[in-house]
Design a protein around this ligand. Structure first.
Ligand code: ZN
Length: 81
């Protein structure tokens, strides 16, 4: 099954909060922690930060960028459980 990728608007900036661009929802969404796998997921569709396009649009490439993103999500304290 092919999912449609929706890129962010040109003025979208990778953000300093747990808010991130979800290329599958086509909008900025909250990411929440999946404590079982220790990954962050889109609150709406459940895609994780491991997804290529999620990383591309939110500029999460390096380990340090991923860690700081996860820290922001964790700080919000919400989980999907
Ligand atoms: Zn989504």
């Amino acid at each position: 099954m092919e999912r449609r990728i929706i890129p962010p608007p040109a003025d979208w900036k990778a953000t300093t909060t747990a808010f991130a661009w979800c290329p599958y929802c086509g909008r900025a969404v909250n990411f929440v922690m999946d404590n079982r796998l220790n990954i962050a997921r889109c609150e709406r569709c459940g895609i994780s930060e491991n997804d290529f396009y999620v990383r591309q649009f939110n500029r999460i490439w390096r380990e340090s960028e991923l860690n700081s993103f996860l820290k922001k999500v964790k700080r919000r304290g919400k989980t999907n459980q």
